[in-house]
Design a binder for this molecule. Structure first.
Ligand SMILES: *Cc1c(COP(=O)(O)O)cnc(C)c1O
Length: 475
């Protein structure tokens, strides 16, 4: 399997190369040159596998340059009992909320959010590839909370990799701080910047713009555009379909198609769903849910993609979806338009800040199965209340965005799965606003909250950041 750039300016690379690289040299994103296909018989062959075994098989369709046995070892580590309870991804029936509604539990990992599922795979696969090449990697990133903690938990204690994670001083929740700063492995470096998230990002950009420094200190990233993360996210779409059909007869399985609702921000999670659907997993529709930052809902409703600035981005109660420029959308639009038209369209977007694809609206809906909707703070509270009062189950505000839009868009007779992207306990204040009390704190979180914290405070100053990297980077 080879990977090419969305923008056409990269020699084809294998999976392991793509795993270690960020943006393509032409500024584009890596996409597979062809989409592997899974027929119904192939899906049946996967039915009895554990989640880790399934992950090795699905990721293996893309990671053809990693030996199958090695891949099984990597996924057994990534999704093993030290990191995830069994089953790794549980399905919960919400028939009492609406007939045919279900939740796919993607938040059982160490940071209680779906990003663990992708990041834990990278946490095994990247050190494995580095060992084979006798290389090291110093991961430099900025986080407003979720991605940083998922990365730190994935790479903690791993040889050959260190993590330098910038976070905005005093702007993260108690849970987010505890999840990051309580780690005391020597390869994890928490750096709290006197500033906001954008300041952290700017510092990272400044370092990345210094090619000599970057090379000398082997600096890299594991951001949401890494195709390794996408590959690992395809797995749970396959898993969900298999588990929904376990009890059915062969004939009923063959006819079973499911709608999946995905709380979305950067378009990474739902793009993995789109690939799963393109591979032949029987997904009927992909229901994209946004919060008040609805740039993606606008795109799928009108065909116009108009990214917004940070200043135009609202701070909502589903903060991990407060995104107004969805980097992974580039991958989908490249597939929608094909190589030549894509390059022209992307140039137009760069010129005018706006891309009008309204001529393709029907195809996005009919051929690719996308529908979308947006949800508000009031909708989230209502969804949390409704699910809780009907079933006793507590959902988090991001999942609540998904439930809101799923209930609005679902069609009777078709099962609808909502991806649960975080645990309620991670966003206790919003949940308390909905149901009048805080969700119970899981034991593991209680331990983290009580642990001592390890963080270095710096000014918003690139020289200070450089000094930390120079002092602690692996070489
Ligand atoms: C990151 C995140 C999302 C958005 O996922 P994308 O892949 O960026 O679309 C939704 N919910 C939670 C809890 C997240 O952490």
């Amino acid at each position: 399997m080879q990977f090419i750039s969305t923008r056409g300016g990269m020699e084809p690379l294998g999976f392991t190369d793509v795993l270690l690289s960020g943006l393509a040299p032409d500024g584009g994103l890596a996409i597979p040159s062809e989409v592997p296909q899974l027929a119904l018989e192939d899906l049946e062959d996967l039915r009895d596998l554990s989640y880790a075994e399934l992950a090795a098989r699905i990721i293996g369709l893309y990671a053809t340059d990693i030996d199958a046995e090695d891949l099984r070892t990597l996924t057994a580590q990534a999704y093993g009992p030290q990191r995830f309870p069994s089953p790794v991804v549980p399905l919960t029936c919400l028939d009492d909320v609406a007939q045919g509604l279900g939740l796919v539990g993607l938040s059982e990992g160490p940071t209680m959010a779906f990003k663990d599922l992708a990041m834990q795979f990278l946490g095994q696969a990247i050190p494995f590839v580095l060992r084979g090449r006798s290389q090291v990697l110093n991961i430099l990133g900025a986080t407003s909370g979720d991605t940083g903690s998922a990365a730190e938990h994935a790479f903690r204690g791993q040889d050959g990799v260190s993590v330098f994670m910038l976070s905005p001083q005093g702007r993260m929740s108690d849970v987010q701080r505890a999840q990051m700063y309580s780690l005391d492995e020597p390869n994890i470096h928490n750096i709290a910047v006197a500033g906001v998230f954008d300041d952290c990002q700017r510092l990272v950009k400044t370092i990345n713009a210094d090619a000599d420094f970057k090379r000398e200190y082997s600096i890299g990233a594991v951001n949401s555009i890494n195709f390794g993360r996408i590959a690992a996210q395809i797995v749970y779409y396959v898993w969900a379909w298999l588990r929904c059909t376990d009890e059915l007869t062969a004939a009923a399985r063959a006819a079973y198609r499911v709608d999946v609702a995905v709380p979305s921000g950067n378009f990474g999670n739902i793009y993995a769903g789109h690939l799963a659907r393109s591979m032949g997993v029987p997904i009927r529709r992909l229901i994209l849910a946004t919060n008040e930052n609805d740039v993606l809902d606008e795109f799928f409703r009108t065909g116009v993609y108009a990214p917004r600035s940070g200043a135009q981005t609202l701070a909502t109660s589903s903060p991990s979806m407060d995104i107004s420029r969805a980097s992974n959308l580039e991958r989908f639009i490249r597939q929608l338009l094909g190589e030549e038209d894509f390059v022209a369209a992307w140039a137009q977007l760069a010129r005018s800040g706006r891309l009008d694809l309204s001529a393709h609206r029907e195809r996005m809906r009919e051929e690719f199965g996308f529908v979308s909707g947006r949800s508000t703070h009031a909708d989230r509270l209502e969804a949390i209340r409704r699910v809780h009062s009907a079933t006793g189950y507590l959902i988090d505000p991001h999942t609540a965005d998904g439930v809101t839009v799923a209930l609005r868009e679902r069609e009777p007779g078709f099962p609808t799965l909502v991806l649960e992207t975080a645990k309620a306990a991670k966003f206790g204040d919003t949940v308390a606003q909905a149901i009048g009390e805080q969700p119970p704190t899981p034991d593991a979180l209680r331990v983290l909250l009580a642990a001592s914290q390890h963080v270095t405070d710096i000014d918003d100053d690139v020289a200070a950041l450089r000094r930390i990297i120079v002092a602690s980077a692996l070489s």
